[in-house]
Design a protein. Structure first.
Length: 229
């Protein structure tokens, strides 16, 4: 997991070859188990499920936490809570990536203002389970997440990055709370993900060969309980 590494120009910053699977506005994220002030208070914003991770982008520009990136391989204790009284929510624990502007681990709860928690939670569980299996087959089940690598050069993503490739991920849910990201809000780095996603370690990354990028800039700095080991 890393903090303030997955946003750019009031949008989301993804890796080369990473795809957005689900997107929803109007979500609230609450953190616990950390003294770091960046995690204090409820965060309102957008949530993304990509081929490699969960990403939260804050809508409040003055907040210390502008983005939160949780690679699937760093997640544990992922549960979808369906209380008798109250709204459904997702909770999980995530380990920090080295160089990710955060040390240790943090717990979070994710609430969906317009619904979709169950659907998003089930999709997250499936994606995370697949990525965890790919990672474990690689022979490093107990390793820490790979270090965060600065995005380097990045540019606005062409249309293919806004949705899964055609014909893939038929298990993704449909819900009125999910929509595609608005035009001009997805940016892509030249660097591929440093960790496996749902496609495994040997993913062939698609660099949009028919797209001429704009001048580059430098990025400064799921009751269904399921427990991952």
């Amino acid at each position: 997991m890393s903090v303030n590494t997955a946003h750019a120009n009031n949008g989301v910053l993804i890796h080369a070859g990473e795809y957005i699977l689900l997107h929803s506005d109007g979500v609230t994220m609450d953190f616990s188990g950390q003294d770091n002030p960046v995690f204090k208070g409820s965060k309102q914003g957008r949530i993304y499920l990509t081929s490699h991770r969960l990403i939260f982008n804050n809508k409040k520009p003055a907040d210390q936490l502008q983005s939160f990136s949780a690679p699937f391989i760093a997640l544990s204790d992922v549960e979808l809570e369906q209380p008798v009284f109250g709204a459904n929510y997702i909770k999980a624990k995530v380990r920090a990536q080295p160089n990710g502007n955060f040390i240790g681990e943090v717990k979070f709860k994710l609430h969906f203002k317009s619904g979709g928690a169950i659907e998003y939670g089930q999709a997250l569980l499936r994606a995370a389970s697949t990525a965890q299996s790919n990672y474990h087959r690689g022979g490093a089940p107990n390793d820490d997440p790979p270090p965060y690598t600065p995005a380097g050069a990045w540019h606005e993503a062409p249309p293919p990055a806004y949705q899964p490739p055609p014909g893939y991920y038929g298990w993704l849910p449909t819900h009125e709370a999910f929509s595609g990201p608005a035009n001009g809000t997805v940016f892509v780095s030249d660097n591929p993900p440093p960790y496996p996603g749902i496609g495994g370690r040997n993913t062939t990354y698609y660099y949009y060969p028919y797209y001429t990028p704009q001048p580059c800039m430098n990025f400064a700095f799921i009751p269904i309980p399921v427990i991952f080991p």
